[in-house]
Design a protein around this ligand. Structure first.
Ligand SMILES: Cc1cc2nc3c(=O)[nH]c(=O)nc-3n(C[C@H](O)[C@H](O)[C@H](O)COP(=O)(O)O)c2cc1C
Length: 413
């Protein structure tokens, strides 16, 4: 298949809006200006969501620093925390830039992100009309930012309340002539409730997650919470690889609970991450932290990798993939209990570190024996419950695997 034909596999229809590929820059630092977004379009991104606009007259006074990160292994930003506010560039500047972007890049999708409080009907409707009047293809209502804005009745406090979520959606839908996407916070007990409220308000699409509320750490020398703004801090929003499992669950839950199209966000940095989001229900996938880390150029790997995966699995479109794994999420009580799994250790690969033995001794069912002279673990199948902990702690790929067994489990009381 030629590259052009292969890349046609990535075309998506999202609420009637056509995307070259499902990859969208999330509303965030990579979409700080129209000039930056146009560079991202040149690099290959299918769409971009402008950094969130607030009504004229709402002050946006950022602090420095506004980021802190948690390294893990070789990843310097396994989790990123930000306390950044919405755009500090004026509404008029943005409206002009939306127009310029659409004129120069008519085949790329520009989405206007807007925010106001749960009492500001006039402001929500005015922002909607102005952004669509400037030429935006879609509106994203940011009801998810967990820091700074909630103190002013905006952001995550709106999508923590189903009534507010519903009436903001209705206000925007009442004047919108383009599709409306509601961006929901994950910082809530049951995201299905607010997703259904947005659907009841007429939302065409849902986007989640905005950042996960957190406190990334404390400077132990200075005894200051991070990021330290001259000694003090505030709770912030977490993003990046560390939040992906939270985001995948949120996307899967709202996919199963509503009929809205879904844009998945949270920790996407590779084509594999993107494929997972699509398989649990997302039609488009948004990216922020990975672009902050590696730049717009990651779009090449995202597109190439996803195309290869689709060809390998004989998918003819992204739409064919949407939600295939979500259908396999069931109630715990419905899971198959008809077979037994036990641990299996490949002695040729084993390096004798003993981690499987220690973890089974101290956190499982004492089903691994340890020969301290030979530094050799042996599984006692009749004691193994198949939890799999040993396979997760083993540092060697494929050394500890799980296999089906007919050996009966000896009950221990
Ligand atoms: C520094 C920073 C600023 C952000 N600003 C916005 C914003 O203005 N509007 C918005 O809807 N989301 C904002 N976000 C949230 C992202 O759009 C996205 O939902 C979140 O970072 C999770 O995706 P990721 O793990 O790919 O970063 C911001 C995120 C970061 C890290």
């Amino acid at each position: 298949m030629t590259t052009a034909t292969a890349h046609r596999l990535l075309n998506v229809d999202f609420c009637g809006v056509k995307f070259k590929n499902p990859f969208i820059l999330a509303s965030a630092p990579p979409t700080t200006t129209g000039e930056m977004i146009m560079r991202a379009f040149d690099a290959g991104w299918g769409g971009a969501i402008i950094k969130t606009l607030v009504p004229e007259g709402e002050p946006v006074l950022n602090v420095a620093p506004r980021l802190a990160s948690l390294p893990y292994g070789k990843n310097r930003m396994a989790v990123l925390q930000n306390i950044e506010l919405t755009t500090d560039r004026g509404v008029r500047v943005w409206l002009k830039e939306i127009g310029q972007m659409k004129k120069r890049y008519p085949d790329h999708v520009v989405i206007g992100s807007i925010m106001a409080s749960g009492t500001m009907k006039k402001e929500w409707q005015e922002l909607t009309k102005r952004v669509q009047g400037a030429g935006a293809d879609m509106i994203e209502c940011n009801l998810g930012c967990p820091h700074g804005m909630p103190e002013r009745g905006m952001g995550s406090v709106c999508s923590q309340d189903p009534e507010i979520t519903k009436h903001i959606t209705q206000w925007v839908k009442d004047v919108a002539t383009i599709p409306v996407m509601i961006k929901l916070t994950p910082n809530i007990t049951d995201i299905k409730v607010t997703a259904k409220a947005a659907q009841a308000g007429g939302a065409d699409a849902l986007a989640t997650v905005n950042t996960v509320a957190g406190l990334i750490g404390v400077d132990l020398d200075k005894i200051e919470p991070l990021p330290s703004v001259s000694g003090h801090s505030t709770y912030g929003g977490l993003s990046g690889p560390g939040i992906k499992p939270i985001a995948l669950r949120a996307v899967c839950e709202i996919f199963k609970a509503t009929n809205c199209a879904i844009s998945g966000i949270g920790g996407v940095g590779s084509w594999q991450d993107a494929a997972e989001f699509i398989l649990v229900g997302a039609t488009t996938v948004q990216v922020c932290t990975a672009v902050m880390h590696w730049g717009y150029r990651i779009i090449n790997d995202l597109c190439e990798g996803l195309v290869n995966y689709m060809e390998g699995h004989k998918f003819n479109s992204v739409a064919e993939m949407v939600g295939l794994a979500a259908q396999k999420i069931t109630m715990h009580e419905s899971l198959d209990r008809s077979y037994r799994l036990v641990s299996s250790i490949n002695k040729d690969l084993c390096i004798g570190c003993g981690l499987c033995y220690v973890s089974c001794q101290d956190a499982a069912y004492q089903a691994i024996k340890w020969d301290s002279k030979k530094r050799e673990p042996t599984v006692e199948e009749e004691k193994c419950v198949g939890c799999g902990l040993c396979s997760h702690v083993c540092p060697i790929d494929y050394c500890v695997t799980m296999k089906r067994s007919n050996v009966a489990l000896k009950k221990q009381h």
